[in-house]
Design a protein around this ligand. Structure first.
Ligand code: GDP
Ligand code: ZN
Length: 455
């Protein structure tokens, strides 16, 4: 490893608190600590010391901890100074460390060093940031599992199977006289098929992990006055969305993050999908469509007195996005279930969707609604097998899958070994981006610079 400079940063959040921590990492860390405190730090020992200014005056007093390389977070010599949690004091301490030769750390630079020293792979380094940012207990547990290497190990196993398949194809190419036989014999295709199956499982798990991390995006659609804003209010527990009796009041797309049963949902109340000549409304309709296309789930709110509205609304929903139908206003006379309504159109609209009958005004059946939404976000079940993942990971896995399918097609349909091998190489490259075994420098820069300073 090349010699590096020594970095320093405040590791605790800005603001006042009982304790504030400044962290140093790099070869000069123990020497800087000695000049700051006058004592020679012992490895993994808590020293109670005075942090001294250049003229010997005490800046603060507190604990000094020294973790020699390589058994530290970064893999370098690390010193932790625990003083009082006052930003003014911590800043003075930091300035003193700079005077003694440490350089201010860039955001995420401690994690970056841990990655470069091989202490963490990229997915694990990201899990550190995700653990700090986790907005729910389930998301925190998932990030913890990623940090412990759950995700990385599964990527590693898939990578190994992929590399083995690739070696078989490459070997077949290297013996041209036997190539056709090799490729025609179904063994190699079966091997790639197995990799594709394993990949599909990992992708599904990663998508679940991303939903846990980023929250499930739920678009709310329905005719004006069906109760879309009321749904948002009921779940958010606030009056942020304006609820009125005038059709078309919700002119803009409203987003609200709500916590349901330990999971985070981003609810998007759309302006309604009806065609209109009003330019403001028209813009709302355009944006509503865009939100719908992006959603993980759609909740269609229907006035239970008009279940026949459902079929037309359903047509507006993008294909393939799972649907929940809320039959709202069951407190009102005339409210009917779609079946009771005897309407073919309503039955067709509800097919394949979860149907819940609620009153957003009286709160009837809202608990069932909350439980249903929490289940969608993955909070209720399967937390045991969930790790946190980011959009970046899911994207890399999707590209990996694309190349795997192409590889199989080249082999099975075209009998083109060279082209299949190339697709497998590209699949391997895309998969390797997740743990950072293959990562363009600008990707690394983008990832670590989004971390907070001191991490
Ligand atoms: P949106 O246009 O779809 O956003 O509908 P709103 O949430 O603004 O609701 C329209 C009207 O229906 C408001 O006056 C609400 O108070 C009323 N409303 C919403 N849900 C219910 C319900 O379950 N029962 C009754 N009786 N009224 C409701
Ligand atoms: Zn509304």
């Amino acid at each position: 490893m090349t010699a590096r400079d020594t970095i320093a940063a405040i590791a605790t959040p800005a603001g006042r608190g009982g304790i504030g921590i400044v962290r140093l990492s790099g070869p000069a860390a123990p020497d800087i600590a000695r000049r700051l405190t006058g004592i020679q730090p012992r490895p993994r020992h808590a020293h109670y010391v005075r942090f001294r200014d250049a003229d010997g005056a005490t800046l603060d007093s507190g604990l000094l901890l020294y973790f020699p390389a390589p058994h530290s977070f970064t893999g370098e010599d690390v010193v932790e100074l625990q003083g009082h949690g006052n930003p003014v004091l911590l800043d003075l301490l930091l300035q003193r460390l700079h005077a003694l030769g440490a350089r201010p750390a860039r955001p995420g630079e401690f994690s970056e060093r841990a990655f470069l020293e091989g202490r963490l792979d990229l997915a694990q380094a990201e899990a550190v940031a995700d653990l700090i940012a986790a907005g729910s207990a389930a998301a925190a547990r998932a990030a913890q599992r990623s940090l412990e290497g759950e995700f990385s190990q599964r990527v590693g196993r898939l990578l190994q199977a992929l590399v083995e398949a690739r070696l078989h194809v490459e070997a077949a190419i290297d013996f041209p006289e036997e190539e056709i036989d090799f490729l025609a014999d179904g063994q190699i295709a079966a091997r790639i098929g197995a990799v594709i199956d394993a990949h599909a499982q990992l992708l599904e798990a990663a998508e679940r992990g991303q939903r846990l991390r980023d929250g499930l995006v739920v678009a709310i659609v329905g005719r004006p006055n069906a109760g879309k804003s009321s749904l948002l209010n009921a779940l958010a527990g606030s009056e942020r969305a304006i609820v009125t009796d005038i059709a078309g009041t919700t002119r803009d797309v409203l987003r609200e993050d709500v916590r349901v049963g330990g999971a985070t949902l981003t609810l998007v109340d759309t302006a309604g999908l009806r065609e209109t000549d009003d330019t403001v409304e028209a813009e709302g309709v355009r944006r509503a469509r865009a939100e719908l296309a992006r959603a993980d789930h759609v909740v269609v709110v229907v006035d239970a007195r008009h279940p026949e509205d459902l079929a037309a609304l359903r047509e507006e929903c993008p294909a393939g996005v799972p649907l929940t139908v809320l039959l709202n206003k069951i407190d009102l006379p005339g409210a009917r279930a779609p079946a009771a309504a005897g309407s073919r159109a309503a039955d067709a609209g509800a097919a394949g969707a979860t149907v819940l009958r609620v009153s957003l005004r009286t709160g009837e059946n809202i608990d069932a609604l909350r439980a249903h939404l929490a289940g969608l976000a993955g909070a209720a079940d399967s937390v045991e097998n969930t790790f946190s993942a980011r959009a970046r990971h899911v994207d890399a896995l999707r590209r990996t899958g694309g190349h795997l399918h192409l590889a199989l097609a080249r082999l099975d349909i075209d009998r083109a070994g060279e082209l299949a091998a190339e697709e497998l190489r590209l699949a391997q490259q895309a998969l390797s981006e997740i743990t950072g075994a293959y990562s363009p420098d600008d990707l690394l820069g983008a990832i670590f610079s989004s971390f907070c300073i001191g991490k």
